[in-house]
Design a protein around this ligand. Structure first.
Ligand code: GLN
Length: 254
């Protein structure tokens, strides 16, 4: 009898230890914690009740459903997402561009959308080419590809200055009140921000400045092949069954 009790207790304890083990692969968990930064419309923004909504949130919930996992979205600063993958969060979806630098720390799913850095300027601005940016005050969101683009422009040494904000919308506000000459941010958020102030602001496509096209993907823990394959398979299925197109229509092309 004693032996049986000891065996049962051992099994229970081992199960409990394994279940609570933080290092187990995300693909073995029932609930995946997904980091985002809800300040990047139309991909993610705070909904009426304050919780994150948008294309990325709908997409990751659909991916979770295909994978048979619950999704819990965690709103964080964009700049802290990559370093949190594999510890505070299982993955991140945040209109995040695939870059070589980020690929040193995380793996990326297949790409699910394209963008290019876009320059928001006052309607009467003379800014029209890359050279025009070389001596300007540029606002960006910290840790984004817009930030890296502005760093390159400042690095040309012709007098450009960069201001980094935690939210792109705060940069847009400083552009509206005259503290900045332009804001560099991704295509779709730029369209949303300009749409709110179309009498004061305009968006110029990054191709006018020679900026490279970018691809968005879901950031995953480095080396978790099982999780990467499951996420890619789910995205394939969503593209094949029309869900992906429906979400694009609902959130981006509305
Ligand atoms: N696509 C940009 C990047 O990855 C901006 C993303 C964001 O601000 N959410 O850096």
């Amino acid at each position: 009898m004693k032996k049986i009790i000891v065996t049962v207790l051992t099994v229970i304890m081992t199960t409990a230890i394994l279940a609570g083990c933080g290092s187990k692969s995300a693909s073995a968990k029932d609930t995946l914690i997904v980091g985002t930064n809800a300040a990047f419309p139309p991909f993610e923004y705070a909904g009426a009740d304050g919780s994150p909504e948008g294309f990325d949130i709908a997409l990751i919930n659909a991916v979770g459903e295909k994978m048979g996992k619950k999704i819990e979205v965690k709103d964080m600063e964009f700049d802290s997402l990559v370093a949190s993958i594999g510890n505070k969060i299982d993955m991140a979806i945040a209109g995040m561009t695939v870059t070589e630098e980020r690929q040193k720390t995380v793996d990326f799913s297949q790409s699910y959308y394209n963008a290019v850095q876009t320059v928001i300027v006052p309607v009467d601005s003379a800014i029209a080419s890359y050279d025009d940016l070389l001596d300007k005050k540029i606002g960006v969101q910290l840790g984004t590809t817009g930030d890296f683009t502005a760093e390159d422009i400042v690095g040309e040494g012709k007098g450009a200055e960069e201001s980094q904000y935690n939210k792109a919308v705060d940069a847009v506000n400083d552009l509206l009140n005259g503290r900045l000459d332009c804001v560099i941010v991704d295509t779709n958020p730029a369209e949303v921000f300009v749409g709110q102030y179309s009498d004061q602001l305009k968006a110029i496509d990054g191709s006018e400045f020679g900026f490279e096209p970018e691809e968005y993907a879901i950031a995953l823990p480095k080396g978790d092949k099982e999780l990467l394959e499951a996420v890619n398979k789910a995205i394939d299925e969503l593209k094949a069954d029309g869900t992906y197109d429906a979400l694009v229509k609902e959130y981006i092309e509305k």
